[in-house]
Ligand binder design. Structure first.
Ligand code: ASP
Ligand code: MG
Length: 447
């Protein structure tokens, strides 16, 4: 029998109607063993963080109001799903009451630890999984029994050997008695049985871990778009789903804002030969993307992605040519200040790096000024053209420059892995550039 790990993101479980859709998708997999992981209902994790912050700043009213909102959404959904039995209501209330105690504690102390925050954050997935399992009428497994991690609260690292053992101990026997099991994404526990989380967006990670532990046949990531698109459809209405792509292509695209999957988190599963598909809960029989071990798009350009809010910092140092170790000194500054740089371009006397605008701060500039004359170009966007055969297809450059149609390019970088060509342009030009590139690469435009 095939084993599927199906992960449903926040929007997929965001309302009673959507949870019904989830149930029908899961039931359509009859004949397979399905481990269903759910995220918190859309917006709930953020609300939990806001609630804790409100309590920390002694805004107890606001914290309680936010808690009320969380309670309300789950109670309402349970009524709409016709599962509002005293047992379910009791379980929802228990989680809410526990949160209420936490809020009062935080308000009293005026602070909270990451450990406490993880326990609070985990409530989102605990609540959503309760609704989903009850509606599907299948066993609910507390993911904390299986996903063992270190105690790096807020961003815990999984302990794979223990997870494998726990999956064999707790999950396999449940799958003997029921083909469908519901559990939570994102959450785990440490050796002291304290609740941990795998970091924001961590449900994909949970899916990868469980798939690996169970040697599943496939990971299905269910989200609100039909897979990875050739470009952001809000910018390019004719953008379409990419059928198949490699892990490397997916990583490049995700790091440029194609946010449908947290690719690093499914890497171990892919390495173990487990394919990942990305599908839409809102179009379950629509198109989807497959990231498959050992396969790739076989295209010079599989998709075009963009990240806004980028800036370029240039350091000009006339005597740089004679200076050994200039780059080392430069990157030491970024390293020490914990600023991650993105693209780098160097010429005889000038080094330019691009970084997320939000990472720029006074200290960084002051340190850089010790090395040379610093200039900053703001309001930029990086456009990434990604494709497995990019490097091997010389026309890509010609096509790109023709498609850019005179739009000034501030910085250009061809990734050494040969699958990424990045261009930095003014943010105001970025959408026009993407439309031109999309036409050229996907709509039989000038090549
Ligand atoms: N609910 C968590 C978050 O919003 C985890 C996830 O959705 O993957 O970050
Ligand atoms: Mg989420």
């Amino acid at each position: 029998m095939r084993t599927l790990v199906m992960k449903f993101g926040g929007t997929s479980v965001g309302s009673a109607a959507h949870i019904r859709e989830v149930a029908s998708i899961v039931r359509s997999r009859e004949g397979s063993r399905c481990v269903v992981l759910v995220s918190a209902m859309a917006g709930i994790t953020n609300t939990l963080f806001e609630m804790a912050e409100a309590a920390r700043s002694h805004d107890l009213d606001r914290a309680i109001r936010l808690l009320g909102k969380i309670e309300q959404s789950h109670l309402e959904a349970s009524h709409e799903l016709d599962i509002a039995t005293p047992d379910i209501i009791g379980k929802i209330r228990e989680i809410i009451e526990n949160l209420r105690r936490r809020i009062h504690g935080i308000d009293l102390l005026g602070e909270f630890s990451l450990r406490v925050m993880d326990e609070i954050a985990a409530a989102g997935e605990r609540l959503s999984s309760l609704l989903v399992s009850e509606y599907i009428k299948c066993p609910l497994l507390d993911a904390r029994k299986v996903i063992r991690t270190d105690n790096h609260f807020g961003n815990a690292h999984p302990k794979l050997p223990v997870i494998k053992r726990n999956a064999a101990l707790y999950l396999e026997p449940l799958l003997e008695s029921s083909d469908i099991i519901v559990t939570q994404g994102y959450i785990g526990s440490d050796d002291a049985d304290d609740t941990t989380t795998l970091g924001r967006g961590g449900s994909d990670y949970s899916a990868g871990l469980l798939a690996l532990a169970l040697q599943a046949d496939e990971i299905e990531i269910w989200t609100d778009v039909e897979g990875i698109m050739t470009a952001d459809p809000r910018i390019v209405p004719s953008a379409r789903t990419v059928d198949i792509l490699s892990y490397e292509e997916a990583v490049e695209l995700a790091s440029y804002g194609a946010k449908v999957l947290h690719p690093a988190t499914v890497r171990p599963a892919l390495e173990a030969g487990i394919p990942v598909t990305i599908r839409s809960t809102f179009a379950p029989y629509g198109k989807f993307s497959t990231i498959s071990p050992g396969e790739s798009s076989g295209r010079p350009c599989v998709a075009i992605a963009m990240r806004r809010q980028v800036m370029i910092i240039s350091i000009i140092q006339e005597s740089m040519t004679d200076q050994a170790g200039f780059l080392a000194k430069l990157f030491d500054i970024f390293g020490r200040l914990g600023v991650s740089v993105d693209l780098v371009s160097t010429s005889e006397i000038c080094v330019s790096v691009s970084l997320d605008k939000r990472l720029l701060f006074e200290d960084l500039l002051k340190n850089l000024e010790e090395l040379g004359q610093v200039s900053v170009a703001d309001n930029r966007a990086v456009i990434a053209i990604v494709g497995d055969l990019l490097r091997k297809t010389p026309e890509v450059l010609r096509t790109t420059f023709i498609a850019m149609d005179g739009i000034p390019i501030d910085l250009i970088s061809m990734g050494a892995n040969g699958i990424n060509l990045s261009l930095i342009v003014q943010e105001a030009d970025a959408e026009r550039a993407i439309r031109g590139l999309h036409t050229a690469f996907f709509e039989g435009g000038s090549r």
